[in-house]
Design a protein around this ligand. Structure first.
Ligand code: AMP
Length: 649
């Protein structure tokens, strides 16, 4: 799910509304009871401030610690409220209960622009059980639900998921940011992509090891979990941590890496101690051994100096690095050197660097490297589950972004530059209140005049084709860079007339799509079948093939923004039109193809138009079909009144 397809608070009207926001204020405290790290509170500020600026009445809910379903003021949200109040410079009203009389009365009288905090949701055992009655009670206090608690997004609890059954549900900016970073890193990484896993147990990271191996170029394994891998390779590991039940699993991962041609890097030496320190930060005497000469009575508790160099070198050459889990018993400063070395290498790197929450995030922060890391996740468990490719219930339950209806006019070889300017001005007046997004694809020479006339209006200008080369001896052609330089936003690619008269093939369509994206142009990719192909009953297969070919090598965040236009060639210029149902069937087949290629999130937001003799009479019916998001309009786009009707359909 790299492309973030969920509505955020910015996509809805929250002015004056009561909004219940799930935040993750599960903050740590020092021995004197002060909040020792307020990162999670700070992380939620953009969403909270946005809502307050919009004059929403904000009701916050969170959990803190493990009160086990009972009211226990040791776990009260009050200190977090106080800290938030300091950060906002504004009163945060603290309720005495969660769904009790005090919370309800305070929520009832909360005014727009005010903010309150409910008590710890885990004071009720119903929270973690995702009890619907409890969720309903919470929902009854508000008109909208916002989830911005990334740290608990992997849990299906009443405040993280259940409540979305009773209120319109959208995400906050923190969740959006987390998913954008983590998603891009794993689904569209810049290579070399290095993933680093550490921590105590192999068992905790089974799925993530396997799924990261498929995506990364190098998988580095350190920490306690490395010893099970080393034993699987036949090394003696002394008294180091080992999960004998997972030896076969480790062997299979080593084989998987070989088969996929991926580098799996394990420690080559270890910093060892005689026995585990108690307390954990007690002084220890260490000795370094190569992994091939580890004595039986020594315990590996950190990666050794050679391994530090090896791992740091790999990080240095990477373009994307994701790290989760310490390299040793980092709670003890003597055994923290491996963790420090990895943190340092990441901080010094120009790559996109992501630290996946939990211990590694704490280590990076304690060491003062936080400012040099691209993204430190606020969720340890959640980020791990996301990296594994699992659905996070706290995010799945939120509403997808709406698809826009797009009315795109293809003028073909009609209208001179001066006619274009006059037409755009007239059209702008006629569509100024249009419901749909309006695009005019004009002849190359008319683009500057059309762009000028469209300034300050809702009309965007498209080109009707382009060349796929960067530049050079291609007489008469126009490049993506030239179009982008003019300010063009869209370009039609693979129109049936280009395919028919100018040798456009699936291959050139694909090259052009990638070239357009490279220069920030949105391709309107045309696919469709001839009369013979329809009669042969191969329509759906054919368009699926065309779509798959056209998008070969296109990343999912790019695909999500593309427009696909289904043009039944038999219906172009013949006056024939596909019926609403025929058009819907093919557009659905296209959406299913996108789903197969990129998953549900991209397929639910991508724009799919119908483009075969779409006119003022049939537009409303076609655009009302569930998988048709507007039209690529030919002849009817040349007359202002007709196109205005389509823009409003
Ligand atoms: P995890 O919760 O799986 O991320 O593991 C974090 C814990 O692993 C930390 O408390 C570390 O002290 C511990 N750890 C890391 N390396 C080792 C090791 N070689 N032996 C024992 N414990 C380790």
């Amino acid at each position: 799910m790299a492309y973030y397809c969920k509505k955020t608070v910015a996509d809805i009207d929250c002015a004056g509304k009561k909004v219940i926001v799930r935040v993750d204020f599960n903050v740590p405290f020092d021995s004197e009871g002060n909040i020792s790290d307020d990162k999670r509170i700070v992380g939620a500020l953009p969403t909270i401030k946005y809502l307050l600026d919009k004059n929403a009445a904000v009701i916050l809910v969170s959990h803190l610690g493990r009160p086990k379903g009972e009211f226990n003021m040791k776990y009260s949200m009050a200190p977090a409220s106080k800290r938030l109040s300091e950060l906002l410079g504004k009163e945060v009203i603290q309720a005495k209960d969660v769904i009790g009389p005090d919370a309800k009365a305070k929520a009832e009288s909360l005014k727009p622009g005010q903010i309150m905090m409910l008590e710890n949701a885990r004071f009720h055992k119903e929270e973690e059980k995702n009890n619907p009655e409890f969720a309903k009670e919470l929902a009854s206090m508000a008109e909208l639900y916002v989830n911005d608690a990334f740290g608990t997004a992997h849990r299906a609890h009443a405040t993280t998921a259940g409540i979305a059954d009773y209120l319109p549900a959208v995400s906050g900016f923190l969740i959006e940011k987390e998913i954008n970073f983590l998603g891009n890193a794993v689904n569209n990484p810049e290579h070399p992509f290095v993933a680093i896993l550490g921590g105590a147990k192999v068992a905790d990271k089974l799925t993530v090891i396997s799924s990261l191996l498929e995506k990364c170029d190098t998988l580095i394994i350190g920490g306690g979990m490395a010893y099970t891998f080393l034993k699987a390779q036949g090394y003696g590991i002394g008294t180091s941590l080992c999960d004998d039940e997972k030896l076969d699993y480790c062997k299979s991962m080593i084989e998987k890496a070989e088969k996929l041609g991926k580098k799996l890097l394990l420690p080559v030496d270890a910093t060892t101690i005689a026995e585990f320190p108690n307390p954990i930060d007690a002084p220890v005497v260490t000795a370094v051994y190569g992994v091939d000469s580890m004595p039986d009575d020594r315990m590996g508790c950190d990666i050794g100096p050679e391994t530090c160099k090896l791992f740091a070198e790999e990080v240095k050459n990477a373009k994307t690095v994701v790290w989760n889990g310490p390299m040793g018993v980092f709670e003890n400063p003597i055994l923290a050197q491996g963790t420090v070395a990895v943190a340092e290498a990441m901080a010094a790197s120009d790559a996109t660097t992501i630290v996946g929450g939990g211990d590694s995030a704490a280590a990076v922060e304690q060491l003062g490297f936080a400012g040099s890391i691209s993204h430190i996740s606020t969720g340890g468990g959640a980020s791990l589950e996301f990296l594994e490719g699992r659905d996070l219930p706290g995010i799945s339950c939120l509403e997808n972004k709406d698809r826009k209806i797009v009315a795109a006019g293809n003028w073909k070889m009609n209208k001179t530059p001066s006619q274009a300017a006059a037409f755009i001005k007239e059209l702008a007046e006629a569509v100024k209140d249009a419901k749909n997004q309006v695009i005019c694809a004009v002849p190359f020479v008319a683009i500057p005049a059309a762009l000028e006339a469209a300034k300050g209006t809702y009309i965007s200008i498209a080109a009707q084709t382009m060349d796929y080369h960067d530049k050079g001896a291609y007489t008469g052609e126009v490049s993506a860079e030239m179009l982008a330089d003019l300010g063009v936003k869209y370009v039609i690619i693979g129109h049936s007339e280009r395919r028919q008269y100018y040798n456009e093939t699936d291959e050139t369509v694909n090259l052009k799509v990638k070239q357009a994206l490279k220069y920030g142009l949105t391709p309107i990719v045309c696919v469709g079948e001839s009369k013979d192909q329809r009669l042969a009953g191969v329509t759906n297969e054919l368009v699926a093939y065309q779509v798959e070919y056209a998008l070969n090598g296109v990343r999912d965040d790019q695909a999500a923004g593309i427009i696909i236009a289904y043009e039944p060639i038999w219906a172009i210029g013949t006056g024939l039109t596909a019926t609403d149902d025929q058009a819907q069937e093919v557009c659905k087949a296209i959406r299913d193809t996108i789903c197969k290629l990129y998953g549900k999130n991209v397929s639910s937001v991508i724009t799919i138009q119908y483009g075969g003799s779409c006119n003022a009479k049939n537009a409303a019916g076609l655009f009302a079909m569930p998988d048709i998001d507007g039209g690529l309009v030919g002849g009817a786009s040349l007359k202002v009144p007709d196109f205005a009707v389509i823009a409003n359909s």
